[in-house]
Design a protein around this ligand. Structure first.
Ligand SMILES: Nc1ncnc2c1ncn2[C@@H]1O[C@H](COP(=O)(O)OP(=O)(O)OP(=O)(O)O)[C@@H](O)[C@H]1O
Ligand SMILES: *[C@@H]1O[C@H](CO)[C@@H](O)[C@H](O)[C@H]1NC(C)=O
Ligand SMILES: *[C@@H]1O[C@H](CO)[C@@H](O)[C@H](O)[C@H]1NC(C)=O
Ligand SMILES: *[C@@H]1O[C@H](CO)[C@@H](O)[C@H](O)[C@H]1NC(C)=O
Ligand SMILES: *[C@@H]1O[C@H](CO)[C@@H](O)[C@H](O)[C@H]1NC(C)=O
Ligand SMILES: *[C@@H]1O[C@H](CO)[C@@H](O)[C@H](O)[C@H]1NC(C)=O
Ligand SMILES: *[C@@H]1O[C@H](CO)[C@@H](O)[C@H](O)[C@H]1NC(C)=O
Ligand SMILES: *[C@@H]1O[C@H](CO)[C@@H](O)[C@H](O)[C@H]1NC(C)=O
Ligand SMILES: [Mg+2]
Length: 595
């Protein structure tokens, strides 16, 4: 992958199509170049997904595969079909996956072959294939929609479409490459795809919206984004809370003031707090039995909570009633010899605040607030930390986007805690990311610089210096050398321009008869890491280079390594200096050291 990938994004395509592949919900949007030039807010997004009881602007991110592992359905269709199968006890051989995006932001070691378990927990498939199924579905939906609108005739086949896929800004380079390869498996070729960072995309959308559509009650039709304005944009999603801080420059372009940050405190965090309370009431064995033997009921419970949590906390001092499948209390009574849930609740710490009768769970408002508490606290604490940083001085506006930002209690919490700031929640906050991603595809150069999250460097061997650790010392061709040296290309927390590679660095292969070089790339959380083996360093990936067959001298083997940081993805280029031919270099951030 080389610079040319980056350049290809910049020349305008006729149509830009964006896919927001979310943790909980996914959607797509597109717009034509000509529309973008006349009125950038003219973006088409499908907001009418067949849902039944639940209204949403996107469709749930879930994939259903048949027993032969071929695609069956995605979204509400997949949920409903699987539910139906489960009711008839025919679901055993099918594969149902949901909420799997968080896999790419977790503890789990990521590689190309990593597997994910399906909902039953008994079967698993390669994660990349499951992602690819989802992306392929959304892509085909979009193409189908172009066709039904007769718009496909404007396009000369596929080649006029540029695709944009959104990823959380806090993802690391390995996770981004994983997503890119999944898109490739779904038939979106490398050169026709760019990755947009979710909060940035949302910022681009808010920037083109006039005040009247950005803030309720405002009648100004000017943009709120004036030069000099500094703001924090919070993408409050289902999985992650993803934050970036930007400034509007004199020329109306944007620059990042602080590196993207955040955590896994999104809407599903609230869901699991709810589940935790249920588990406390009935015990883990009962929940496990319920999940395996009553799959359809389990889905029903999830959906019920999803609906109820949207209105929770909007009416003061009231109780919220959740419909809980009777199967759960039946299993409980079976398991505990006729003891009823009602009695069990009375003996628990929730006594008086919660009642469970039949299929109704009535919950006191104070408990409902507890479901949200930890998520809110994490978000507030994170914003406070950011606002106190030197780089974030002058930030006076907080923009909340993403589905979770529709949560009234969260809105109130943010507004009250940060009462000196202006808090903006655009209309259709849940679609800001996908619509913004379309704008990003048309003009990625609006964002002119970004901040590095790590120090990046190459593991190399250099001459041994005084002060170097002795266990790094070895002798090669009569000289004292130092191994595992961190040869830094860029320092963390620095602003790097978009598009231009940094000053190249040069390396000479250690062995005279080497025909292949592997350049190992490391990241570090320190400003000046010394050795790649230090605790703060981590292996990121490698670039492989084939050398010319006939080198005449040492110099002719020199390799130039260039890294480009400012983009949404890291690009590494390497070439042999003397032949000046780009090597068949390929970078790989998904392998492990020594692979
Ligand atoms: N009114 C509401 N009150 C509370 N939560 C809400 C409300 N509306 C949506 N949510 C929650 O917002 C989340 C969905 O937001 P969104 O669609 O932005 O997430 P996503 O894009 O799927 O996730 P991510 O961006 O983390 O990958 C869900 O957890 C949903 O329950
Ligand atoms: C949105 O997409 C769904 C699924 O492809 C489709 O059924 C629906 O008709 C679309 N809505 C519109 C308005 O095109
Ligand atoms: C990136 O994140 C994934 C998922 O959390 C993790 O497995 C991987 O080790 C991380 N890679 C690096 C280089 O930090
Ligand atoms: C990929 O990672 C998983 C664990 O996440 C591990 O079991 C598997 O062996 C790894 N595969 C390769 C090829 O490294
Ligand atoms: C990708 O773009 C190339 C041109 O850069 C074009 O030839 C090809 O058909 C496109 N493919 C897809 C799937 O869009
Ligand atoms: C809205 O924009 C029009 C021109 O596009 C301008 O004439 C008008 O004064 C603006 N109204 C407000 C309230 O800014
Ligand atoms: C909720 O519980 C608290 C005690 O924790 C009690 O004071 C309050 O009255 C209860 N509210 C309702 C609506 O029952
Ligand atoms: C980089 O910035 C973070 C805050 O975002 C800070 O905690 C850290 O100390 C900084 N590191 C250096 C080396 O400046
Ligand atoms: Mg999202």
């Amino acid at each position: 992958m080389t610079q040319s990938v980056y350049k290809s994004v910049q020349k305008g395509r006729v149509l830009v199509a964006a896919i927001d592949f979310g943790t909980t919900y996914s959607g797509y949007a597109f717009s034509f170049r000509t529309d973008f030039e006349n009125d950038p807010t003219k973006i088409y997004a499908n907001t009418t997904w067949e849902s039944g009881s639940l209204q949403s602007l996107k469709t749930p991110t879930c994939v259903l595969l048949k027993s032969d592992k071929t695609f069956h359905s995605f979204g509400y269709d997949a949920e409903n079909k699987y539910s139906e199968l489960a009711n008839d006890e025919l679901h055993e051989d099918w594969y149902f996956f949901r909420r799997f995006k968080m896999l790419l932001h977790g503890e789990k070691l990521l590689n190309r072959t990593v597997l994910i378990q399906d909902e039953s927990g008994k079967k698993s498939l390669p994660a990349r294939t499951v992602f690819a199924h989802g992306i392929r579905f959304l892509k085909s939906c979009l193409l189908k929609e172009l066709k039904t609108r007769g718009l496909d005739e404007i396009l000369k086949e596929d080649e006029e479409i540029h695709w944009v896929l959104t990823v959380p800004a806090i993802w690391n380079d390995s996770a981004k490459q994983f997503m890119r390869e999944a898109a490739e498996e779904a038939g979106i070729l490398m050169h026709n795809l760019s990755l947009a960072l979710e909060p940035e995309a949302a910022a681009l959308y808010c920037k083109v919206l006039p005040m009247e559509r950005l803030e309720q009650g405002s009648s100004s039709n000017l943009s709120a984004f004036k030069p000099g304005m500094r703001y924090m944009i919070l993408d409050l999603g289902g999985g992650t809370v993803d934050v970036t801080v930007q400034e509007v420059l004199e020329d109306n372009n944007l620059r990042e003031l602080h590196k993207a940050s955040g955590g896994a405190w999104g809407g599903t965090y609230v869901d699991s707090a709810f589940l935790q309370v249920i588990i406390k009431l009935v015990g883990n064995p009962v929940i496990q039995k319920f999940k395996t033997s009553c799959m359809a009921d389990d889905l029903e419970l999830t959906r019920e909570f999803e609906i109820k949590k949207r209105t929770a906390g909007t009416q003061q001092n009231q109780k919220t009633t959740f419909k809980v499948p009777v199967a759960l209390s039946e299993i409980f009574e079976e398991e505990y010899d006729g003891e009823t849930l009602k009695e069990s609740v009375q003996q628990s710490r929730y006594s008086g605040m919660l009642s469970w009768i039949g299929d109704k769970l009535r919950v006191n408002q104070s408990i409902v607030q507890e479901f949200f508490k930890h998520s809110f606290e994490s978000i507030v604490e994170h914003i406070e930390t950011l606002l106190n940083l030197k780089q974030c001085k002058g930030v006076d506006t907080l923009i909340m986007v993403g589905g979770y930002s529709e949560c009234k209690m969260l809105q109130d919490t943010i507004k009250q805690t940060f009462s000196s700031k202006r808090v903006i929640i655009p209309m259709e906050a849940g679609l800001a990311v996908v619509k913004g991603a379309v704008l990003f595809g048309h003009n990625p150069n609006v964002i002119v610089s970004r901040m590095t999250k790590f120090s990046y460097g190459v593991e190399s061997t250099r001459d041994f210096e005084e002060g170097d650790s002795n266990d790094k010392r070895f002798i090669k061709y009569g000289r004292a050398k130092c191994k595992d040296s961190f040869s830094k290309h860029v320092t963390l927390n620095t602003s790097v321009p978009v598009g231009d590679p940094l000053e190249p660095q040069y390396y000479r292969p250690l062995d005279k008869d080497q025909t292949e070089v592997v350049v190992p790339i490391f990241i570090s959380t320190k400003e000046n890491p010394r050795y790649t083996t230090d605790a703060d360093c981590q292996y990121l990936g490698k670039v492989e280079i084939k050398l010319s067959e006939t080198p005449d001298s040492d110099e002719e083997k020199d390799i130039e390594v260039k890294m480009t940081f400012g983009g949404t993805e890291l690009y590494v280029e390497a070439k042999e200096v003397h032949s000046n031919k780009p090597c068949t270099a390929k970078f790989d951030f998904l392998s492990h050291h020594g692979d």
